[in-house]
Design a protein around this ligand. Structure first.
Ligand SMILES: CC(C)(COP(=O)(O)OP(=O)(O)OC[C@H]1O[C@@H](n2cnc3c(N)ncnc32)[C@H](O)[C@@H]1OP(=O)(O)O)[C@@H](O)C(=O)NCCC(=O)NCCSC(=O)CCCCCCCCCCCCCCC(=O)O
Ligand SMILES: Cc1cc2nc3c(=O)[nH]c(=O)nc-3n(C[C@H](O)[C@H](O)[C@H](O)COP(=O)(O)OP(=O)(O)OC[C@H]3O[C@@H](n4cnc5c(N)ncnc54)[C@H](O)[C@@H]3O)c2cc1C
Length: 615
């Protein structure tokens, strides 16, 4: 067993280097997840209910900035459970469950995250050898982001475009070994490394992965829903989106994570507000607790309420998830669209609200909230990532909007699923409900708002066919900017306008239309407008914002500067963008202050004994 001192060092992560932070995370993770394995052996947790145990660990102080093993439990194993057939589950699950293999989930690429039907990695079936050939045809096809893939995982689920008999059948999932189980060296035909420092979660070891005509057995395609037979015949799934199941599961898990993060942040801020005394309510009196200020209560109390609301919502969503999955097993797909829309909406809303509330908690603590030791900046970094990963929030809300508009269009022809049944009531009462200042009255009011917004969206979608032109004159563009700024804030502060001005409902509706028109009118000039700020690349210092638009090449160049990538001599036969792969790798390795040791020492000292059950 590892000694406590060696494992935890006692040095706060903030003072560790990028490499030390990774090494510290591996040490802490193998100890933490050895406990999970002990609980497995004692039957205290099982493959169907480990979420709470692992979720608790991932949110704990031991793994406070994430873990290189997080994705193994959060996505690698659920993907096998959700998409592998029984034979494949028998082969892979036991090894994943006892951590004799460590996995990740590689879907996002340098060039695509949201539009997964546009992913470029290919898996082409070779009937002669009964193998799939994995290939990354371009730099933008490189997998980018998979948690734990940089230096830790030796397997991963890879999402790729499936080709057989010359035809593309869209994205499917494959289980792929990327590193040698004994030496941990990247296998021939694999280019792999970590993507570099991030806003937060810097212990997660997010990686990149490229394939050069890399062969895997046919039986490594996860075949619960769709199959490829030995002769290359494709058998399609009952529903094309069943392959998206792992994402729906994680979106549900994320709602639970938000409860934990928000509870933590508002506990910190509320307790501090009870301790902190600042200023006097009356001259001569002792300074009062800042918790006594109404403004402080306005900042914090809604977060306490939200934490409870999210917990109740998360539990209800989990029940719905399990109900719908039981129906899927029986072949009943009727509620799948509703589950998808619900998971999208609640993941987006709870992460966005939690990020805003955690930032408000930080601000409520004044300067001390800005200290890393307060744990509020770290919590914000964890939560704000959730607004992006597992589906960027804007895009997920659009998915929910699509489902609601479709539901409205079928209002009279189709039975409504439980979570949207209120639309029938709101429609039947023709919105003439009187307002009552009660909880029920407010809920009913928002149901009416939802109904009207859905009708407006349906109307916009059907009616707005206008072609739009934009006059190039600078005057016109500046007018548009003024117009945008005014309508944006009018809509943002609508409650004040409704309270203090005679603005009518009709005027509000046309204000909304005008706002969208102004956005569209400004779109052709958007890049020109920021170029006009004339900010040189040297000032921006950004891989994303450079003038020449070479985003992906810069991201990869920056990633190659990471000290962790200098370690294993990357065995890559893949062409990088300019094709100078070996010269570039050697140049980078010579720049790194680290020796290009073949594998980080933590593999042999901690990870391998852990995977062999010797810890
Ligand atoms: C849904 C999409 C946006 C669009 O998909 P499509 O283009 O295929 O569909 P359409 O928009 O055309 O719609 C067609 C049709 O399909 C329906 N649909 C779509 N999706 C689904 C679904 N999932 N289920 C059912 N039905 C679906 C849709 O409603 C339409 O129906 P109708 O025709 O009837 O209207 C898709 O492109 C998409 O999902 N994009 C987002 C991609 C995404 O989510 N990527 C995630 C990658 S993995 C990732 O990010 C992992 C992050 C780590 C997560 C850890 C969280 C928990 C732990 C936290 C603490 C530690 C953090 C550690 C982080 C780390 O380790 O890295
Ligand atoms: C911390 C972290 C961990 C991650 N871990 C993993 C992982 O383990 N495995 C993995 O596969 N991925 C992972 N990801 C990647 C993540 O899933 C993607 O970043 C996410 O899906 C968004 O895709 P993108 O980054 O390509 O952004 P884009 O999709 O390019 O979005 C950029 C902007 O464009 C907008 N946009 C895009 N499409 C539309 C549209 N149709 N309509 C309107 N606006 C649109 C978005 O709203 C956003 O503002 C991780 C990301 C983070 C931040």
């Amino acid at each position: 067993m590892l000694s406590k001192r060696e494992v935890f060092d006692g040095v706060p992560e903030e003072y560790l280097s990028h490499k030390e932070r990774y090494e510290n995370a591996i040490r802490n993770s193998v100890v933490a997840f050895s406990l999970v394995r002990k609980m497995q052996e004692e039957g205290k947790t099982s493959i169907n209910n480990y979420r709470d145990v692992v979720g608790g660990l991932l949110g704990s102080s031991v793994l406070r900035d994430g873990s290189p093993l997080g994705l193994h439990y959060i996505m690698f194993m659920p993907a096998i459970l959700n998409q592998a057939n029984e034979e494949q589950q028998e082969k892979w699950l036991p090894r994943a469950w006892n951590c004799s293999i460590i996995g990740s989930y590689a879907q996002t690429e340098l060039g695509h995250g949201t539009f997964i039907r546009g992913l470029e990695t290919t898996a082409t079936y070779d009937a002669a050898t009964k193998q799939f050939v994995l290939h990354s045809p371009t730099l933008t096809a490189y997998k980018w982001w998979p948690g734990g893939l940089g230096q830790t995982a030796n397997y991963c689920i890879v999402v790729a475009q499936l080709y057989t008999k010359g035809q593309c059948h869209g994205i499917h999932s494959f289980i792929i070994q990327v590193r040698d189980e004994e030496t941990h060296m990247p296998l021939p035909g694999i280019k792999i490394g970590e993507i570099g420092a991030k806003l937060g979660l810097n212990a997660v070891n997010n990686g990149f992965l490229g394939f050069d005509n890399y062969r895997i057995p046919r039986t490594n395609m996860l075949m619960k829903h769709a199959q490829v037979l030995e002769d290359g015949t494709y058998v399609k799934s009952r529903h094309s989106k069943l392959n998206y199941g792992a994402m729906v599961f994680v979106r549900v898990v994320i709602v639970f994570d938000m409860v934990n993060y928000l509870s933590k942040a508002v506990t910190i801020a509320t307790r501090f507000s009870a301790v902190r005394r600042q200023c006097q309510l009356k001259a001569g009196e002792t300074e009062c607790q800042i918790l006594d200020y109404v403004t402080q209560q306005h900042k914090l109390f809604v977060s306490i309420a939200a934490a409870h609301a999210f917990r109740i919502t998360a539990n209800k969503l989990w029940l719905t998830f399990n109900e719908v999955n039981e129906q899927l097993v029986e072949g009943n797909l009727q509620r799948l669209p509703e589950l998808h829309a619900l998971a999208c909406c609640l993941k987006a809303v709870t992460t966005a609200d939690t990020a805003a509330c955690v930032e408000r908690c930080r601000l409520a603590c004044g300067g001390h909230g800005y200290m890393m030791s307060s744990s509020l900046p770290l919590t914000y970094g964890l939560v704000t990532a959730a607004c992006t990963y597992e589906g960027e929030n804007t895009v997920l809300l659009l998915q929910t909007a699509r489902f609601l508009v479709k539901t409205y269009q079928q209002l009279d022809s189709k039975a409504l699923t439980p979570t949207v049944a209120y639309l029938k009531t709101a429609a039947a009462e023709r919105f003439c409900v009187g307002w009552s200042n009660t909880t029920e009255g407010i809920i009913r009011g928002f149901q009416v708002v939802a109904m009207r917004v859905i009708i407006m969206s349906t109307f916009n979608e059907e009616v707005q066919e206008m072609s739009r032109t934009v006059s190039p004159q600078l005057k016109e563009v500046l007018h548009q900017l003024v117009d945008l700024y005014c309508t944006y804030w009018a809509l943002e502060k609508l409650s004040d306008l409704l309270l203090y001005t005679p603005i009518s409902q009709k005027e509000v509706e046309s204000l909304r239309l005008r706002y969208e028109e102004t956005l569209t009118n400004l779109r052709p000039n958007a890049v020109g407008l920021v170029d006009a700020f004339d900010l040189r690349d040297e000032m921006l210092q950004s891989t994303l914002g450079s003038y020449d638009g070479r985003v992906y090449e810069r991201l990869m160049e920056e990633a190659m500067k990471s000290p962790l990538n200098a370690e294993p001599m990357l065995q890559s036969t893949l062409g990088s963008y300019d094709g100078r792969v070996y010269e570039r790798l050697m140049e980078e390795a010579m720049k790194s202050p680290l020796n290009a040791e073949p594998v980080n020492y933590t593999f042999h000292k901690y990870l391998k004994p852990f995977m062999q059950g010797k810890l």
